[in-house]
Design a protein around this ligand. Sequence first.
Ligand SMILES: [Zn+2]
Length: 371
Amino acid sequence: MPSLAWYSHEICYWHDPGMGSGYVPVGPGVEPLRQFAVDPDLRRAEGLVRATGVIESYTQLTPEPATDDELLLVHTPEHIERVEATSALGGGDAGVFAHVNYHSARAARLAVGACVQAADAVLDGRFDRAYCLVRPPGHHAEPDRAMALCLYNNLAVAARTAQRRGARRVLVLDWDVHHGNGIQRAFYDDPDVLYISIHQDGLFPPGSGTVRETGAGAGAGTTLNIPLPAGSGHEAYLAAMRRIVGPAARAFGPELLLVAAGLDASGHDPMGRMMATSRTFHAMTSFLCELAEELTGGKVVFAHEGGYSAWYQPTLVLATASAIAGLPAPDDPFLHSLEHLPGQRVQRHQTRVLEHLAAHHPLLARAAVAS
Ligand SMILES: [Zn+2]
């Protein structure tokens, strides 16, 4: 059996973007309401993983905060200073829709630290697979600014530290429903980090994550966006994994897999219009663990990103954690409300995106010619 690490920290649950409605802070026309995306939901998710006993498959670890030296591998000093200063004041926007409270700066360093230390542990062979239940999320954070709830780019820093300690090629797969503009930007011209994002076409950030964004300079061909149409469900996601992610990963040959395992592509999420279920996340996670066995000797790190359904997110974390542990998909009391809906079957306009990428993306077109 693979050995598993579980990283979480109480302070990550103390980060809170403050009062607002949805994701919009209190202001003209916006009544006070506890924002969703608040972090007690994450504690509930961990509670479910404990209550079901799935946590027993893992060694539980407490991360150390990331150091300046680590953050500076991706972020500018001014950006770090702004996060620290805004948090020290007790609240405010540390970037663009990136509200913080007093605890946020430390929570953000712990979120990065968990991902860095998980990647380290997996590369060292202390563990095969790791899950980081971290907050705040990271994939929108750009080198010089916090954005959309993300303060530091957790997985981008982890990929850079993995490179620094000798990993030659790193694959970052991102299945959060939004496009991970921050990860893409950090590695757009880096030939040694392949960034693959499966996201809802045109959702957020506006205009970001098109099939035409494939990398630049030396990194040409090492960015791969799979923008699925709104309404894509279980079979479309699995088709993307089998037809695009698998072949692209094999063509690239990574030594480490990092996964931005957001849960906001579920059919109950208020921030996306996709149809994924707990079965989808279980199947995608199992697929990636098998891919890691094949390509990296099993080295894979999953990190929490988005996920805004207060009632469904715990079940989705449990499904992901179960798959990492090689356990069957858990009972899902909400599945009946999603799995019968027509969006679960793959449809023509969804496969068209995959066919386009298989034929035209530089990495996949090269692999097709070579085989
Ligand atoms: Zn998201």
